[in-house]
Design a binder for this molecule. Structure first.
Ligand code: HMG
Ligand code: MG
Length: 326
C-alpha cells in the first residue's frame, strides 16, 4: 500500500443514524448506503446487531445486510460492509444470515486475493476504555465484555470474514472525564488483537481529544508493540479538534480514519457528544495533504446535503456546504 493512500471508513449509516430520535425508513437507509457505495469508498459501516430495546434505530440491520447480500449494489471499487455485534446473540443473528447467503459475499481470503463482484462483510465489537462507559454502553464490565467479544471474533473468523474492534472513550469519558489511561487502552487493544481482531478503531467518542493527548495515546500504543497499520482513528468533532487529531495520527503512521457524511452521529450513551468528523471535511483535508482517499468529494457533499435534509438537521460539514455553495 503506498504511504499516501488513506482508507476512509464511512460510519454514517450506523454511527450517524443510531442516535436519531426520528424513525428513519428502511428505504432511506438503503438509499444512503447505495449512494455512498458509488463515491469510491471501500469501507461502509451499515448497521448494528444490538438489542432493539437499547438502540431502536438499528432494528432493521438484518434487512440491510440481506439487501446488500441479495441486490447487486453498484460500486466503482470493492466494498467491505461492517456491522456491529456485541454479544452471542448479535453474532448468531449476523452469521446465520451470512450462512444463508454463502457465496454472496467475499471471504477475507478472497478479498485479499483481489476477487471482485461481491461485497465483503465484517463484524465489529466495541469495548470501552473506562468501566463507567462499559457499564452504560454494554451493561457489563470491561473484562466481561472482552470475554463476549472473543466469541464474536471467533464467529466472524469461522465464516472467514474480518473482525474489527472499537475501543470507545479513549481520549475522554462522559462519566470519568479526561483521566482515561492510555496504557489501559493499549492493554485492551492487545487483548483484542490476540483474539484475532484485524483492526482496532480508537474512538474519541466525546470529541474531548486534543493533539498532545492523541500523540501520547499513539505513543503508548507503539510502546506496547501495536503497529500503526492495525489502528484506525474514530474522531467525533464535538470540540472541533478532529482534523488536528487526524494530522497527529497521520504523523504517527495511521492510515485508516472513520468519518460520517454530513457530520452525522453520536453515541446514545455519550450525553452531549455530537457527530463524527464529516467525511467531506476528512476527504478535503487529506487530499490537501497529497493523500489519496479515492472518494469523490462532490458526490459526498451532495449526499451530506440530502441526508441531513431527510433528518431535518443542519448540514454539519463546513466543506460540504462550501463545495455546494450552500
Ligand atoms: P443486556 O440487557 O445486558 O442483555 O444488554 P441481555 O442479554 O440481558 O438481553 C436483554 C434483551 O436484549 C433480551 O431480550 C435479549 O434477547 C436482547 P428480551 O429477552 O428482554 O426480549 N438482546 C438482543 N437483541 C438483539 N440483538 C442482540 C441482543 N442482545 C441482547 N445482539 C447489550 C447487552 C450489549 C445487548 C446491550 O447493552 C446493547 O445492545 N447495547 C448496545 C449499545 C450500542 O449499540 N451502543 C452504540 C454503539 S457503540 C458506539 O456508538 C461507539 C462507537 O461509535 C465508537 C466511538 O465513538 O467510541 C463504535
Ligand atoms: Mg462513534
Amino acid at each position: 500500500r503506498p504511504d499516501n493512500r488513506v482508507n476512509i471508513v464511512e460510519v454514517g449509516p450506523r454511527d450517524g443514524l443510531q442516535n436519531e430520535k426520528k424513525t428513519i425508513p428502511l428505504a432511506t437507509k438503503i438509499e444512503l448506503i447505495e449512494r455512498l457505495a458509488q463515491t469510491g469508498l471501500s469501507f461502509i459501516e451499515a448497521g448494528s446487531f444490538v438489542s432493539p430495546k437499547w438502540v431502536p434505530q438499528m432494528d432493521n440491520s438484518s434487512a440491510i445486510m440481506e439487501h446488500l447480500l441479495t441486490k447487486n449494489v453498484i460500486s466503482p471499487v470493492p466494498i467491505t460492509y461492517s456491522f456491529l455485534a456485541p454479544n452471542a446473540k448479535g453474532v448468531a443473528n449476523a452469521t446465520a444470515l451470512l450462512r444463508d447467503h454463502q457465496g454472496a459475499y467475499m471471504t477475507q481470503t478472497e478479498s485479499l486475493a483481489g476477487v471482485n463482484g461481491k461485497p465483503a462483510m465484517e463484524l465489529a465489537v466495541f469495548a470501552a476504555a473506562t468501566e463507567s462507559f462499559s457499564k452504560r454502553n454494554l451493561n457489563c464490565d470491561i473484562a466481561t465484555s472482552l470475554e463476549r467479544f472473543r466469541d464474536v471474533i471467533q464467529g466472524a473468523k469461522q465464516i472467514g470474514i474480518r473482525a474489527r474492534a472499537y475501543i470507545s472513550v479513549v481520549l475522554g469519558c462522559p462519566f470519568e472525564g479526561y483521566e482515561v489511561d492510555p496504557h489501559k487502552v493499549a492493554e485492551i487493544a492487545t487483548s483484542l488483537l490476540e483474539m484475532g481482531a484485524d483492526e482496532i478503531s480508537l474512538g474519541d467518542t466525546t470529541g474531548m481529544g486534543t493533539a498532545p493527548r492523541t500523540q501520547e495515546l499513539l505513543r503508548c500504543m507503539a510502546a506496547a508493540g501495536i503497529r500503526s497499520e492495525d489502528i484506525a482513528m474514530h474522531f467525533h468533532d464535538t470540540y472541533g479538534q478532529a482534523l488536528v487529531n487526524t494530522a497527529v495520527s497521520l504523523e504517527r503512521g495511521v492510515r485508516t480514519f472513520d468519518s460520517a457524511v454530513g457530520g452525522l452521529g453520536g453515541c446514545p450513551y455519550s450525553p452531549g457528544a455530537t457527530g463524527n468528523v464529516a467525511t467531506e471535511n476528512m476527504v478535503y483535508f487529506l487530499e490537501s495533504l497529497g493523500m489519496e482517499t479515492g472518494v469523490d468529494l462532490d458526490a459526498m457533499a451532495d449526499i451530506g446535503q440530502w441526508i441531513t435534509g431527510e433528518l431535518d438537521k443542519p448540514n454539519d460539514s463546513a466543506v460540504g456546504k462550501a463545495v455546494l455553495g450552500a
